[in-house]
Design a protein around this ligand. Structure first.
Ligand code: 5AD
Ligand code: SF4
Length: 360
């Protein structure tokens, strides 16, 4: 196994060797892969985990993705929007909790009221926290000028998952209309990078019909696009969705963890999130993701009153908890595994920082 990894020099794993690894069934070899990825992480970016407190601003969404529980056609969801005060309280919580960064996430909306609201929320969070919190946005596809306005307001990272880098799979898991276009998704990612955001993307793992070859292509897509951050997680069933009615979702940690390790070997300096979806499969899923090479965790800070309404998939963990409970559970879990946290640090992607410094 060591020979096999050495042969490919980690950063140049080709498609064939990625597929081999994704098909590997030998438990010991897989453990060695995770260990190697962990070593590569520590050697390149250190062993700390950085936190981004997650604020689920609103579950209103104009889209109708076939897998997602808050798709607009799901009428059994109570739609909410946090008030400014609730958002600021969450931002204050992130500051006092020394999280270093927060993520503002919502379903997609492109109306100008929403655009303006986000601009003013970002500005106000920056002002009241004295620029001590890094702000990541995860608000879907937007016109380039909107991305620019939010960047100028002070957001400096943006997450927009490609969901699958394969256009055929993409078209099978989205409605067949112009609102759900693979090309628009790709163009949006390019715009984000052009503007200067630390740009994050990701895929779902275990989608119906998805092969190991497709997943290897996803990894190679991240590399060729030059992303700074990746968040990948298992595809999970939601019964109130068209995809959830025909598929059972992913129930094994094996493939998501292998994807994390292989990505760490391919891209040693990027930020890789250990996603909440991993925690659905195993209560220690996020910690396992960290041990496999990830370095980011996004503790949920959304007030408990609305958490149940942001169920993109079933059995989302911690929906009854509030921000304080989520925080103490996470700290307990991480410290029980000896994982160190980068308190009060923005935890920017080393891959982004180095590129940026060279360009100065
Ligand atoms: N299972 C797993 N992940 C999902 N997402 C949406 N629905 C599901 C699901 N059923 C993820 C998508 C999206 C992000 C907000 O949540 O990747 O980009
Ligand atoms: Fe909306 Fe995102 Fe869910 Fe699609 S995945 S329906 S864009 S919240």
């Amino acid at each position: 196994m060591e020979k096999r990894l050495d042969k490919h020099k980690f950063e140049n794993l080709d498609k064939e060797s990625l597929v081999d690894w994704l098909k590997e069934r030998d438990h010991d070899l897989i453990q060695l892969l995770h260990q190697k990825a962990y070593e590569v992480k520590v050697a390149n970016i250190g062993n700390k985990v950085f936190l981004r407190g997650l604020i689920e601003l609103s579950n209103k969404c104009v889209k109708n993705c076939l897998y997602c529980g808050i798709r607009c056609a799901n009428t059994s969801v109570d739609r909410y929007e946090l008030t400014d005060e609730q958002v600021f309280e969450a931002a204050d919580f992130a500051l006092y909790s020394r999280y270093g960064s927060l993520v503002l996430q919502a379903g997609e909306r492109v109306d100008s009221a929403f655009r303006k609201r986000v601009t003013s929320l970002v500005k106000e969070i920056k002002r009241r926290t004295d620029n001590r919190l890094g702000i990541t946005l995860s608000l879907g596809e937007q016109p380039e000028e909107v991305y620019r306005e939010w960047f100028d307001a002070g957001a400096h990272r943006y997450l927009l998952r490609i969901e699958s880098s394969n256009p055929d799979i993409y078209s099978k898991i989205h409605p067949n209309d112009s609102l759900h276009s693979f090309d628009t998704r790709l163009n949006s990612l390019e715009a984000l990078k052009r503007i200067g955001y630390q740009t994050g993307t990701g895929v779902m793992i275990g989608l119906p019909g998805q092969t190991e070859e497709n997943l290897a292509d996803d990894l190679l897509f991240f590399k060729s696009f030059g992303v700074h951050m990746v968040g990948m997680g298992p595809y999970l069933k939601h019964s109130d969705t068209p995809l959830g009615q025909i598929s059972s979702g992913t129930s094994s940690m094996e493939m998501p963890l292998k994807m994390i390790s292989l990505l760490r070997l391919l891209m040693p300096k990027i930020n890789i999130a250990s996603t909440t979806a991993l925690q659905v499969i195993d209560p220690f899923g996020r910690e396992m993701g960290i041990m496999a090479g990830a370095n980011i965790i996004m503790p949920n800070m959304t007030i408990s009153e609305v958490r149940t309404n942001y169920q993109i998939y079933e059995n989302k963990p911690g929906v009854k908890d509030d921000a304080t409970v989520s925080k103490s559970k996470l700290e307990q879990n991480l410290s029980s595994k000896g994982i160190e946290i980068g308190w009060d640090e923005w935890g920017d992607s080393r891959a982004f920082k180095e590129k940026h410094e060279v360009n100065l």
